[in-house]
Design a binder for this molecule. Structure first.
Ligand SMILES: *Cc1c(COP(=O)(O)O)cnc(C)c1O
Length: 502
């Protein structure tokens, strides 16, 4: 047993090792413990009041957990062993593209020549970095079939807002006052949120019984007040919008623009380009398709590529190649301005360029082909026990429905998803898209082998049999994980982030 003092001076006895519940850093805190020691520098010691004016000082001490480096490392290592991760096994979370990320990309991002540079360093000292950003912009422009791009947005949703501000700048420059954006009912939740944040109103377009945008209703919804439409193709159900050219033509004829939510480019990268489908704006999640690990809330990157007519409004400054072959920054008066304090989440951008470069265009095409093949293999392999919501070829993910299992045995989609954790797989996405009853959305990605897909299918089949024979055990699943079934509503309403929460 070791003694730890909680911040209030309240001592608690918590053994360090072998506990069911990991103590929080505050519970491990002992006054005076430190995780580092600075060498004596020769700089004279000064009282804090002599450096910072008293009026700027916070009179209350900020409470910070005081722990040794050894305990700190052990704490986070133990926590990491209680987690499921992409490095541990298959993570078929639909609409999230939890692919395995090559360690090579992390090695590139760890190079001190890249990560030891301050973003304010002048262009003369950062030629390599600017060339890297400029090159990535070119690659993303050619992958999407667009005319220009910005790397600044720090996430997919930030890219959406940037794209909407670009659309607004375009219409305003033409003296047009358009107030509405159309969004299909299958859209990702960030789309309507970004539209509202961008100052527009949302008009929802219902899907037809094939899970696609209803073209007639779309045409009726268009008008001089419509600024554009936000689409994803393949859409969030994992299906390809076959009438995309008619959709693009109708929107453009009414003066609107087309936004492509390219968060998940896995299905089309290297095969099909949003620019060729008629889109004007596309954001990409580098932390999904282009090899940055994600899911734990770490940094992402949501670059936005645009068609010719939106290039003048792109956020600045942008990396440019100058006439003498060197690199610098450029800014134009029509730019909407910065959407990030600096140049974007730079090391995510470096990983993406490394990934794109080693794959080459042929390799990227294979990423999409294998992602789509894997999803369809899984859809067909599981059709006998967990049917697809739409009986047709899917793209990089398949949406299945547990509606009939629920009707027959009272076992819901979430029970099957939780049961999968006991089988050593991460759960699929559940109850999304909202338009599918008891949705279970699997995205295997291109990085899983046939053997892993077969193992997943066998596990799901075992769970469906368990639903018939022992439904109660599935309602209580998972039981073999460090944390069993959580009461999600209670966690949201009564957040208490200490080990003593009861
Ligand atoms: C993940 C995702 C987003 C949002 O991306 P963030 O980086 O989480 O902001 C938007 N649209 C779709 C379709 C997504 O899958």
């Amino acid at each position: 047993m070791s003694n730890f003092a909680a911040p209030g001076g309240k001592a608690s006895s918590i053994p360090l090792v072998g506990r069911e519940v990991e103590p929080t850093l505050f519970e491990m805190s002992v006054p005076g413990r430190r995780s580092f020691q600075l060498r004596t520098t020769g700089v004279p010691e000064m009282a804090i009041e002599d450096i910072i004016p008293a009026s700027h000082l916070n009179p209350k001490m900020v409470e910070i957990a005081e722990v040794s480096e050894r305990d700190l490392v052990a704490h986070f290592t133990r926590l990491s062993h209680r987690q499921f991760s992409v490095d541990l096994g298959m993570y078929p979370l639909g609409s999230c593209t939890m692919k395995y990320n090559p360690k090579f990309c992390d090695a590139v991002a760890a190079m001190t020549g890249l990560n030891g540079i301050h973003p304010a360093a002048p262009a003369s000292l950062t030629q390599g970095w600017i060339e890297l950003l400029w090159t990535l912009e070119q690659r993303l422009v050619s992958i999407t079939g667009m005319a220009g791009a910005t790397l600044q947005p720090a996430a997919g949703a930030a890219g959406e807002l940037t794209g909407l501000l670009l659309i607004r700048a375009y219409h305003e420059a033409r003296g047009e006052n358009r107030t509405r954006i159309l969004i299909p009912d299958s859209a990702h939740g960030t789309n309507p949120a970004s539209v509202t944040l961008g100052g527009y109103e949302v008009t929802t377009i219902p899907s037809n019984d094939r899970g696609l945008v209803d073209l007639d209703i779309l045409k009726q919804s268009l008008g001089p007040d419509v600024a554009g439409i936000m689409l994803t193709n393949p859409n969030t159900v994992g299906l390809f919008e076959e009438e995309i050219q008619e959709i693009a033509q109708a929107v453009h004829e009414s003066g609107g623009l087309l936004y492509y939510d390219g968060a998940n480019l896995n299905a089309i990268v290297g095969v099909l380009r949003p620019g060729d489908m008629g889109f004007d704006v596309v954001h990409m999640n580098l932390h999904k398709t282009f090899a940055t690990p994600h899911g734990g809330g770490g940094p992402g990157a949501g670059p936005v590529a645009v068609s010719e007519r939106l290039v003048p409004y792109l956020p600045g400054p942008r990396p440019v190649r100058l006439a003498d072959g060197s690199f610098g920054w450029s800014n134009v008066a029509t730019s909407i301005g910065r959407v990030h304090g600096w140049h974007g989440n730079a090391l995510v951008l470096a990983r993406a360029l490394a990934y794109i470069t080693v794959h080459g265009s042929e390799g990227l095409r294979r990423v999409a082909q294998h992602a789509v093949l894997n999803a369809n293999w899984l859809r067909v392999r599981m059709s006998g026990f967990l049917p697809a919501a739409y009986d047709r070829v899917c793209m990089h993910e398949c949406t299945l429905s547990a509606a009939s299992i629920k009707a027959q045995y009272g076992v819901r989609g979430v029970d099957i998803a939780k049961g999968l954790l006991e089988e050593g797989f991460h759960s699929p996405t559940v109850y999304f898209p909202l338009i599918v009853d008891e949705a279970l959305m699997f995205e295997p990605t291109e990085t899983e082998s046939l053997q892993t897909l077969e193992a997943l299918a066998l596990s799901v089949e075992r769970l469906v049999i368990r639903a018939q024979t022992d439904p109660e055990s599935l309602h209580a699943a998972p039981r073999s994980t460090p944390v069993s079934r959580v009461d999600e509503a209670r966690a949201a309403r009564m957040l208490k982030a200490t080990a003593d929460a009861s």
